[in-house]
Ligand binder design. Structure first.
Ligand code: CTP
Ligand code: MG
Length: 372
């Protein structure tokens, strides 16, 4: 008995306020839509996405050829109807891209309930708050017995024929089961899960990050470094050698960008600083390359239980000109940091100070890390 999955992803995400569709918002390492696909793909035979108008092409490229993309409608129900038209299986799951973290196990339980003879199955959570009805003036009209309430989630599972009949009405509802209820059809509630929360606002995204296990303990750190130019020295900067440029004095190769990043990473991880880890009392670090220091910093940061979220470094000096080699610099630093996201920028100081007077180079860096 084959199962199709419809992912309703055509909303504009007004309440989230990103300025682009919510399904394309990044959550950890992938978009909300990609999370939803990852969860459903192992347990369904066909996936159909209702995409926001104008984003069909972009989403098709994102999801690959095995997934069908249709244009969404102006309401969620319209979007589901558009997708339902191309469903080929006997059973269908309807899922919100906004419930990105609903698990494969939940989808499996919905499918199992369909296979055991139910024609409409929805996951739900018990209500923990007291719920009251109010009138238009905000006056309470009744307190509802919360033990009879369930907060309904997706994926919802249906016999495809039953869902098609329900959508014949062309009506709108905030979920699909409601259309079946209107016809008096039976709908069964099974246990939902907290991680299937609907991501509506940026605060919800933060809760979702909690389920992925990495928003609890982000920490930032900053670092700076400066070295004076030294005649006859080779210049190393941002993990690169700079032929034809004047080098700088210093213990190690004097790579101010690398050193500032190491300092920022140590600070973020609460591990002291460059001096306390690789200081002049550690002869093995004399003339160490910036890349080697970055690698050893990564080892210490990882040992302390942190993962690098990203680092950024700004190089301050009249020369060398960074722009042409920015890509190379980012690649070199990122490689030394195990592939961490890196930004490199540069600036001058209007002729003022050590770097402005052309006496040397400085760098300021920031790092963001999180507990594994
Ligand atoms: N949805 C859809 N087509 C629409 C409206 C909504 O496919 N015309 C989808 C959304 O993409 C989302 C799910 O239905 O996955 C639940 O909707 P909601 O959370 O309200 O998302 P948005 O409509 O995008 O958000 P907002 O209401 O804040 O604009
Ligand atoms: Mg909406």
């Amino acid at each position: 008995m084959a199962v199709s999955a419809i992912i309703a992803a055509a909303g504009s995400g007004e309440r989230f306020g990103a300025g682009y569709p919510k399904a394309l918002i990044q959550l950890g390492d992938r978009t909300l839509l990609a999370h939803a696909i990852t969860a459903l793909a192992p347990v369904v035979d066909q996936i159909i996405i209702a995409a926001p108008t104008g984003f069909e092409q972009q989403i098709t490229e994102l999801v690959g050829d095995d997934i069908t993309v249709v244009s969404g409608g102006s309401t969620r129900s319209d979007s589901v109807r558009n997708a339902l038209a191309v469903v080929t299986s006997e059973f269908v799951l309807v899922h919100d891209a906004a419930r990105a973290l609903a698990s494969t196990v939940l989808a499996q339980r919905v499918i199992a309930a369909l296979r055991s003879g139910n024609s409409a199955v929805v996951p739900g959570l018990v209500e923990v708050d007291t719920v009251k009805s109010i009138d238009s003036k905000g006056r309470v009209t009744s307190t509802i017995d919360r033990s009879t309430l369930r907060r309904i989630q997706t994926p919802q599972g249906f016999s495809t024929q039953v869902l098609r009949d329900a959508h014949e009405s062309g009506k709108d509802a905030t979920d699909d089961a409601a259309l079946i209820e209107l016809l008096g059809g039976p709908v069964v509630v099974i246990d939902g899960e907290d991680r299937a929360l609907k991501i509506t606002t940026p605060a919800d995204l933060n809760s979702a990050l909690g389920f992925l296990g990495f928003n609890q303990s982000f920490r930032t750190g900053i670092g700076t470094d400066a070295h004076v130019f030294g005649a006859g020295r080779t210049l190393w900067l941002a993990g690169l050698q700079w032929p034809g440029e004047v080098g700088v004095e210093g213990h190690s190769d004097g790579d101010v960008a690398a050193h500032a990043i190491c300092d920022a990473l140590f600070a973020a991880s609460g591990l002291g600083d460059l001096g306390s880890n690789f200081g002049t009392d550690r002869p093995e670090y004399a003339d160490a390359s910036g890349a080697a220091l970055l690698q050893d910093t990564l080892t210490l940061v990882t040992k302390a239980g942190y993962v690098i979220s990203n680092v950024t470094v700004q190089i301050i000096g009249n020369k060398p000109k960074i722009g042409n080699r920015r890509g190379e610099a980012i690649e070199a630093i990122s490689k030394a940091l195990g592939g961490a996201p890196v930004s490199v920028s540069a600036t001058t100081t209007d002729g003022m100070g050590l770097t402005g007077e052309g006496k040397g180079i400085a760098a300021v860096a920031s790092a963001l890390v999180y507990k594994q």
